[in-house]
Design a protein around this ligand. Sequence first.
Ligand SMILES: [Zn+2]
Length: 447
Amino acid sequence: MSGRPLWIRKPLGILADDADDGVVVRDGRIEELIPTGGQPSAPDAVAFDASEHVVLPGLINTHHHFYQTLTRATEAALDRPLFGWLTALYPVWARLTPEALDAAATVALAELLLSGCTTTTDHHYVFPPGLDDAIDIEIAAARRLGLRVTVTRGSMNRSQRDGGLPPDTVVQDEDTILADSERLIARYHQSGPDALVRVALAPCSPFSVTTSLMRASAELAARHNVRLHTHLAETADEDRFCQETHGCRPLDYLEQCGWLHDKVWLAHGVHFDAGEMARLAHAGVSVTHCPCSNQILASGHCPVRDLEQAGVRVGLGVDGSASNNASNLMQEVRAAFLLQRGRYGVERVSHRDALRWVTTGSAACIGRPELGVIAPGAQADLALFRLDELRFSGALDPLAALVLCGAHRADRVMVGGNWVVENGAIPNLDLAVLMRRHRIAARSLVD
Ligand SMILES: [Zn+2]
């Protein structure tokens, strides 16, 4: 049965060509773009007055660790680089419970949604005893809030005993990891263009996973046609670890593990050289830029324009809320814009580049070209922002204003044709109750 089309009429601004008078949405997809002075072809279209809204494709977050909302601004981890920060937090994360993860995931998802995000990934790799259902918990939370997710089944099996960084208490064995990965794909993975839940496999990093698990994960992903994700080239420490342990650079190691192909996207990519960028481009590997996390941990600056010039697709990610400390994707767009413009100058980075990274760039990372774009046939995932806050007063170009003046909260968000944020709020979610529950869970982890 077909619903009545909805005309999002005459927006203040829109990130789409030939759609100055809006878009028509029907049955979860974008049916038609309306140029200036045009009318929908469907005579029964219901109009939504968007004259106070700037319309973007729903933003896509391609790297996160939801559970880390429980350890924001944690004293023991302040002012440390990645390895010191991780070793301070591993013992805290080892106490994670199902209830705490549910609160953490709900907070992260709500924060993302209210910032205009319609599709997110999550990389969960901490499975202490009793938390076997971590990914199931995250999927249930995403379904309640209505976002699309690509949950990546993370893993760690190289602990300090085997020369890795994490303590023995937070790792699992390879058989357990692979069996759970296969269970999750069978139970949840949807392959169609309207998929709300997808599953990918994500061994955590070269310094927390064995070569055997890297290879086995790649084989399992290929067998089930799902994507692969991991952290790579994030810090100089990681580079040193790979040289000492494997006698090569992180990308060489990745290639030896069978990971250099177009089903792979990598978080960070800060420390690639020109030759490595060409290899990534040739293989079709894409990269997630996480500007806030990279700056807070002082990991370095991802060379986004050089990667793109080499032919690598680049998306954006907020990264975990223990390093970023926030989960606001629209703020991440501004952070990426500022960092990259500072690096490359005004001629090579505009606000439109930053918006492209978080939409079509991120869609490429997760292999979903039907998302991140306002075009006929694309999924009807939209983020609508108002410009009536003090910070926008006097702004003229609506799209530039979102990035330059620092938009951080969407007024309305649509996923698959359904409104999941209305008037700046998530229907049926009491934020005060959620924050109380989340605060108690965060305290109990550190106490
Ligand atoms: Zn990360």
